[in-house]
Structure formats: structure tokens, C-alpha cells
Design a protein. Structure first.
Length: 341
């Protein structure tokens, strides 16, 4: 083995080790980077519009990031405010319902009867309250930690978005220069990834609207107050991976059960599982398939596997990785033909 060949092998080994370490370093920021890429795709038209009036790329990127921040914060404030008001309204109904059938249902549930043993009711209420307090203490730390991680990821994604908008073309040229593939193959892969990202984002938005409409219809049918408002909030909640519409539907089911409307509660639960929930698993893969030309079953598995592996941003990472694989497979015959020739 000559020295030049040995140097090449040594360089390759060092490169693989350093690249692996670099991936490990950047892996904790993967969600932020994917979120930034998502924002950059969605905000391209906005950035282009701002660039017509603001010629400086840095200022145009800053104003685009500022606009997205305002929109996201406004949505979070709206959802948080509405949930707080709904919780307060529920508390008011509980406080003012002392002589209603609602209290009879609660007393029966905790082991007492109207005019029955107050001691038995108090003891059972104390048991339930202790269980609730224990659950809150057990889950308070993970919830608080999750909120901190979310805001940290969001802030980092905005910072990454600024540089993606400003230097996106430079990043793309650098990736192409490092790729061993031809320029045409690189363009084909990047175009397929962009198409997949657009399909996932547009599909998620359309699914959110459809789920919100059907959830609002369910709230109306089964007698949940403020059905229209809750349907609008469900549209926003459905954009959240993992929890999705359940964060709105399940409290509504609980409200119906506590109000004594057991049949309506069961009906809304079944509606949420078999109507609202199934929409996501059926419609989303179909919409993504229209852009990626990949079978809906594979897309569904990539979404579920992505969420299981990468967390809340896996709904985007999974289909992107799958699209990357299919893009490579599509150019594989061309590469083999060139080598054979």
C-alpha cells in the first residue's frame, strides 16, 4: 500500500469520525432546525414580498422573522386565553350549580347522596383531591420542563430561520458543491425534498381545518357550549403532533360526563376517536401522496415512526427522510448505467 493511498484512507476515517461527532453535537438541535426549515418554506412568499420593499437581505430576513413571531405568539395567546376562559366558565358553573342536578351527579360519583352522609362525601372528595394533587405534583415538573424546551426550541428555530432566509442560497450551493452527485441529480433531490415539505405542511393545514370543522360539528351535536369557538381552537390544536385534537375533545368529553350527560359524553368520545381522529390517519397520507407520489401507507408509517423516533417534529422529519430515500432510488439506475457505460 503506497503512502498516498494510506493518506486517503486515513483522511476518510478521520472525516467519518469528525462528521459523526458533529452530528451528535447538532442532534439536540434537530427539532429547531426542522422547524426553521418549515418556517422558511412557509414564509418564502412573505420574504419575497418584503424583499421588494427592503433591498437589504439582513433587514428583510429580520422583518420576516418578526412577522412570523407575532403570528405564532398571537395564536398561542389566543388559544391560551380561550382555554383559560373555558376553564373559568366551567368553574363558575360548578360554583353556581350547588342546587342543580349537576351536584347530584357529582355526589353520587364520589359516594354520597343528596341529603345523605356528608362525612362519607367529604372523605371521598378528600381521597379524589389527594389523588389529583399527587398527579399534578408528579407531572408538574415534566410539564414545566416541556414548556421550557418548547420555548427554547422555538427561539432557536427563529434564529436559524433568520440565517436560512438570508443565506439559504449560499447553503444550497455549498451542499451541492460537497455532493458527489451531478448537478442535475442534486437539483432533482432538492426539488423532491422541497415538494415533500410543501406537501406535508399544506396537508397538515388542510387536515387541521377539516378536523376542526368535524370537531365543532361534534360539539354542536352533543351539546357542548361554545361549539363554534371550540371548533376554531381545535383547528389550531390539531397542528400539534402527538396530542392534537385530543387536548380539546377530551376535556369536552369530561365536561359532559361531569354534567351528567353520560350518553352525550360517550357519543362525543366515539365521534372524536372514529371521526375526528381517523381523518388525520386517512386524509393526511392521501394529501402528502399527491405531492410526493409515495404510497399513503408508507407515508402514514413514516409519520408515526418519525414522531416515535424524533418527537413532535417527527411528523415532518419522517416523510422528508422517506422522500430523500425515494429520490436517491430514482437516480440510482442512472448512476449504475453511467458506471456500466
Amino acid at each position: 500500500m503506497d503512502s498516498e493511498h494510506l493518506q486517503t484512507i486515513s483522511f476518510g476515517i478521520i472525516l467519518v469520525i469528525v462528521a459523526g461527532l458533529t452530528i451528535l453535537i447538532f442532534l439536540p438541535s434537530l427539532n429547531a432546525v426542522v422547524l426553521a426549515l418549515t418556517f422558511s418554506i412557509v414564509s418564502k412568499p412573505l420574504y419575497g414580498g418584503i424583499r421588494k420593499f427592503v433591498k437589504n437581505e439582513s433587514f428583510a430576513s429580520f422583518f420576516t422573522v418578526l412577522a412570523i413571531t407575532v403570528i405564532v405568539v398571537a395564536i398561542l395567546v389566543f388559544v391560551g386565553t380561550r382555554l383559560f376562559q373555558e376553564t373559568r366558565d366551567l368553574y363558575d358553573r360548578l360554583a353556581n350549580g350547588l342546587d342543580s342536578d349537576f351536584l347530584n351527579q357529582v355526589l353520587t360519583f364520589v359516594g354520597g347522596e343528596r341529603g345523605g352522609s356528608e362525612l362519607n362525601v367529604i372523605e371521598n372528595l378528600g381521597t379524589y383531591l389527594r389523588q389529583i394533587a399527587g398527579w399534578l405534583l408528579e407531572h408538574l415538573s415534566p410539564i414545566f420542563s416541556g414548556l421550557i424546551n418548547f420555548f427554547g426550541t422555538f427561539f432557536l428555530s427563529l434564529l436559524a430561520l433568520y440565517y436560512l432566509l438570508r443565506d439559504g442560497e449560499k447553503f444550497e450551493k455549498t451542499l451541492k458543491s460537497l455532493s458527489p452527485l451531478s448537478g442535475r441529480d442534486n437539483d432533482k433531490i432538492l426539488e423532491q425534498l422541497k415538494t415533500a415539505a410543501h406537501s406535508v405542511i399544506n396537508g397538515s393545514l388542510m387536515v387541521a381545518v377539516v378536523q376542526g370543522v368535524f370537531a365543532g360539528l361534534g360539539f354542536l351535536i352533543f351539546g357542548v357550549p361554545n361549539a363554534t369557538l371550540l371548533g376554531l381552537v381545535t383547528i389550531l390544536a390539531s397542528l400539534l403532533p402527538v396530542v392534537g385534537t385530543a387536548i380539546i375533545v377530551m376535556p369536552a368529553v369530561g365536561y359532559l360526563f361531569l354534567s351528567g350527560a353520560v350518553l352525550q359524553g360517550v357519543g362525543l368520545f366515539l365521534w372524536g376517536v372514529f371521526i375526528v381522529g381517523v381523518i388525520d390517519n386517512v386524509l393526511r397520507p392521501k394529501l402528502i401522496e399527491r405531492g410526493t407520489k409515495i404510497h399513503p401507507l408508507l407515508i402514514l408509517l413514516s409519520v408515526l415512526g418519525g414522531i416515535s423516533t424524533f418527537g413532535f417534529m417527527g411528523f415532518l422529519i419522517g416523510p422528508l427522510v422517506l422522500s430523500f430515500l425515494f429520490a436517491l432510488l430514482s437516480i440510482y439506475p442512472t448512476i449504475v448505467a453511467k458506471r456500466s457505460g
